[in-house]
Design a protein around this ligand. Sequence first.
Ligand code: G3P
Ligand code: MG
Length: 230
Amino acid sequence: MLQLPKVIGHRGAAAYALENTLESFREARRRGATWVEIDVKLTADNVPILMHDASLKRTMGIDRLVAETRAADLPREVPTFEAAIDCFRELGLGCNVEIKPCEGREVETARVAVETLRRQWPATLPAPLLSSFKDTSLSAARDAAPEFARAILIDEIANDWRARAEAVGAVGVNTNGKRLTVPRAVEIRKAGYLLSVYTINDGEVARLLMGLGVQCVISDAPDVILSALN
Ligand code: G3P
Ligand code: MG
């Protein structure tokens, strides 16, 4: 059974360092996180890399789509998924791998991500958790590598959440903590699913959510949440 920590650093420690970079993972570790969440997508030449947005504009200042950029042409700060895994090995970090495909690349992104995990994920680290807003990505991940646990990502939970979770064989639900209602939290926990919330940066809110049965809080400031929970 997948063991999730109480706190996962969002995109590393996005409150303190440039998100989805090796420096952000080091910062998360320094601030006490034992796991981080990352966003994985493919370059034009099918290399899995870490980037949240479709474009490089917001984080790198380059007005260009990841889907149209070759890996060799990316700025040095953008890590490949492989480089990120090497960094996790060095730091002893677990990982929630969010599959964040460029449009139309849902299946291949999932396949490449799980192939990379199979090849590279260190046996010394806790097993990773895959998640995605795209059910097609989660289905493709399940078909290619069923051994990796999956969580559906939902911004606002609707009545079909359980059908979606069952369809992709998910063990967890990762949802927007600011939109989670008490009845939904109870329903999900009663149904036996792991429940994680993003992106919570306030310690008191994290404590309240944990009181509702949430097991894991994904935060830009993992140190803030850890000190509120301890
Ligand atoms: O995986 C949790 C969270 O990162 C999902 O939303 O947009 O921050 O990737 P987003
Ligand atoms: Mg994410």
